[in-house]
Design a protein around this ligand. Structure first.
Ligand code: FES
Ligand code: FE2
Length: 447
């Protein structure tokens, strides 16, 4: 029997949201229903701007790297003149992928099936034995080039869309642009991914990762090993002098909170827990001269930014970029990178990498805690007798519309602000994502 098609009202029922009484509950079908996953792929991932990489991943003419937009494989290429573009990784002839590696440099791609050849601007420059092919006019009239998709960049952050029917990239990013600037402006020439990345999968829904990035509430309970090790290092019990870890035990003493934005983006932040421990601190004078004291203060604070739906810049233990690729309602692929300022000193770079390995990397002290927690949730969602999750309510009496004083000092206007003592460990920061999610899905169902 075919599952019943979803209706607009079905999506409405997945939320209990009452601003007046402060009720907010999320239905667990959001994480487990195949029909919802299918709709998410169609609307949120395949008719929307999707982050595909950093310009520094293809710095030179004819550099390329492969990526994904939703379920579709793509290649981002810099052509011989230095122009970046994005193309579906599929040969127009019979569909073979023409780029086999994660990244590289190639003046042309020769399809390994029948030898059609393309330059890095996507033009077909050779069709093997074309003269003897007996082709008729309709074939000759075709554009044999690679299939180009919509592409744009903000600073060095690259985005692509499978649909032309999207707002401009600047409209999509909106008020998060000053927050992306805090990532990009850490070096005079921007930031780059440290060579090497990790790709892994976890058996849970992609939105578990979206939520976790801004989940301050899990920190003390989900990462006890890290917290304990940091305390022991501080107490002088460790021989390890290589890592200057950020002491997250301090988070409960500082101010922080969360911001929601249009189109699902979100920020969790904490004010300056230990600026002197960061790699960036070594270059603080140069950075301050370039961007001013307020931006520097924000750069040295803890900021976990999600650009909805598929990229996160988590700046806490170090600066990590995470790219999310949903595979199924209960399976997600993550690719993670350590970021550093282009041209920074070896000393700064080494602090960033040591802190990254310590906390973030797949072998770090935190990432496995988080992915196991997502898998435990997805396991629990199979208990279908239970429909609702209650974890969206902390901070609800604190949330205000628009900007608060912290947002005001940096100069961005979020949809909502909820800041104060970090120990409130706000959960209203998820709401913007689900409001956008609902809108994306309902727009599709309303057509
Ligand atoms: S599939 Fe590429 S040349 Fe045939
Ligand atoms: Fe975590």
């Amino acid at each position: 029997m075919r599952p019943e098609a979803l209706k607009i009202s079905d999506i409405d029922k997945l939320f209990r949201e009452d601003a007046e009484s402060g009720e907010y509950m999320l239905h667990r079908d959001v994480f487990r229903d195949e029909r919802i996953f299918e709709l998410e792929m169609k609307t949120i991932f395949e008719r929307n701007w999707i982050f595909v990489g950093l310009s520094s991943q293809a710095p030179n003419p004819n550099d390329y790297f492969t990526s994904w937009v939703g379920r579709q494989p793509i290649v981002v290429m810099r052509d011989a003149d230095g122009q970046l573009g994005a193309f579906i990784n599929s040969c127009p002839h019979k569909g073979a992928r023409f780029a086999h590696h994660r990244k590289g440099n190639a003046k042309q791609f020769v399809c390994s099936y029948h030898g059609w050849t393309f330059n890095t601007a996507g033009e077909c420059i050779y069709i093997k034995d074309q003269d003897s092919g007996g082709y008729a006019e309709p074939f000759n009239q075709l554009d044999h080039g690679l299939h180009k998709i919509k592409f744009d960049q903000y600073r060095g952050f690259l985005f692509a869309s499978l649909s032309d029917d999207v707002p401009t990239l600047q409209e999509h990013l909106g008020e998060t642009m000053p927050l992306l600037d805090l990532v990009w402006d850490q070096g005079p020439d921007g930031i780059e991914a440290v060579p090497g990345s990790s790709t892994y999968t976890y058996d849970a829904n992609w939105k578990m990762q979206v939520e976790n990035c801004i989940d301050g509430y899990h920190l003390t309970s989900c990462h006890p090993s890290f917290m304990n090790i940091v305390s022991r290092r501080k107490a002088g019990e460790s021989e390890n002098k290589q890592v200057k870890s950020i002491d997250f035990n301090m988070m409960m003493e500082i101010d922080g909170g969360g911001y929601t934005f249009d189109r699902g983006h979100a920020l969790g932040f904490g004010v300056n827990p230990a600026p002197q421990e960061r790699g960036l601190y070594i270059h603080k004078d140069e950075v301050e001269a370039r961007v001013g004291p307020t931006k520097l203060k924000w750069m040295l604070s803890t900021r976990n930014l999600t650009i909805y739906p598929n990229v996160q810049f988590a700046e806490n233990a170090s600066l990590q970029m995470r790219v999310i690729r949903p595979l199924a309602p209960g399976k997600t692929e993550m690719t993670i990178f350590c970021l550093g300022a282009i041209g920074e000193s070896d000393a700064a770079r080494s602090i960033r990498i040591r802190q990254y390995e310590d906390f973030f990397n797949t072998s770090g002290l935190a990432t496995p805690d988080d992915t196991i927690a997502y898998e435990d949730c997805q396991f629990g969602y199979e208990g279908r007798e239970m429909e609702w999750s209650q974890g969206y309510s902390r901070g609800i009496t604190n949330v205000v519309e628009g900007a608060d004083s912290y947002a005001g000092e940096l100069g961005f206007t979020p949809q909502t602000s909820s800041t104060g003592p970090f120990k409130m460990q706000d959960e209203t920061v998820y709401h913007g994502g689900y409001r956008a999610w609902r809108k994306f899905l309902q727009t599709e169902l309303g057509e």
